[in-house]
Design a protein around this ligand. Structure first.
Ligand SMILES: Cc1cc2nc3c(=O)[nH]c(=O)nc-3n(C[C@H](O)[C@H](O)[C@H](O)COP(=O)(O)O)c2cc1C
Length: 153
């Protein structure tokens, strides 16, 4: 089995809806197990043991949500240099009021420090999270899961 971690933060539910759509997409791939978790509940072991991950955040003040940053802050020293983390495939999805690029860039910058490998273009929802965005999120889940399952990353 291939394990895909979908880690997110959400206060008003938009990023959560996107995370659930990513999980639906990932779950549609055979031999894939999906772990859907709030960032505050996500542990070092979750990060190390997954085969690929999707990170979802609202944009807060031009940056990622504090809960996502907290996950990085809590785990950085322990993961540094560990081979389970090196080139781990990841994708990002963002929910924003009107921009989202600040949140995206802040996550991507930290992922460079973790030596994760970005494997697909991010999804940014601006304003309402509608069916079109959810379909794109499902695609994102399929891409990370199918790629990990096939071992192409
Ligand atoms: C404290 C706070 C700061 C925010 N800052 C931004 C921002 O800088 N740029 C932006 O586009 N939206 C900003 N927003 C709007 C949220 O990113 C947006 O409503 C998002 O969809 C919320 O996601 P959620 O429903 O998963 O909580 C902010 C919202 C809050 C609560």
């Amino acid at each position: 089995m291939v394990n895909i971690l979908i880690v997110y933060h959400s206060q008003t539910g938009k990023t959560k809806k996107m995370a659930e759509a990513v999980a639906r997409g990932a779950n549609s791939i055979e031999n894939v197990r999906t772990i859907l978790k709030e960032a505050m509940e996500t542990t070092l072991d979750d990060l190390c043991s997954c085969d690929g991950l999707a990170i979802g955040s609202p944009e807060y003040f031009g940056y990622m949500a504090g809960a996502i940053k907290d996950l990085f802050d809590r785990t950085y020293y322990q993961v540094r240099g560990r081979k389970e983390i090196f080139k781990k495939p990841y994708v990002v999805f963002i929910s924003a009021g009107n921009d989202g690029l600040g949140a995206l860039r802040s996550i991507e910058r930290i992922c460079i420090g973790y030596q994760f490998k970005k494997v697909y273009e991010p999804v940014i929802a601006r304003g309402e999270v509608d069916e079109d965005i959810l379909t794109v999120c499902e695609e994102l889940g399929k891409v990370i899961a199918a790629g990990c399952e096939a071992g192409i990353y």
